[in-house]
Design a protein around this ligand. Structure first.
Ligand SMILES: [Zn+2]
Length: 90
């Protein structure tokens, strides 16, 4: 079997990893950002390593999420996202 594994790049550590080791983050219609565990929500998405707080923090520092999503993301929204990401800690 030579199945291709879909790879995505983490916005924090910039490492390319199999999609299932990353969590997709998308913009919400009503504003703000949220994890998209299905990976199928419409719109732009950005990926972070699952369960790695340091990747979120690195992405936050670089403003990588706002850049990838082409949107302004407030500190409050980032805090809320950090909280939600805790649910995906392994
Ligand atoms: Zn990472």
């Amino acid at each position: 079997m030579n199945k291709k594994i879909p790879m995505r790049r983490c916005a924090g550590c910039s490492e390319a990893k199999p999609k299932k080791e990353l969590i997709r983050i998308t913009m919400l219609d009503g504003g703000g950002v949220a994890p998209d565990p299905t990976g199928r929500a419409h719109g732009r998405g950005v990926y972070l390593c699952i369960g790695k707080k340091e990747c979120f923090e690195a992405a936050r520092k670089k403003k990588a999420l706002a850049r990838a999503l082409h949107a302004e993301i407030s500190n409050e929204e980032l805090d809320a996202l950090a909280e939600k990401l805790l649910e995906y800690e392994k």
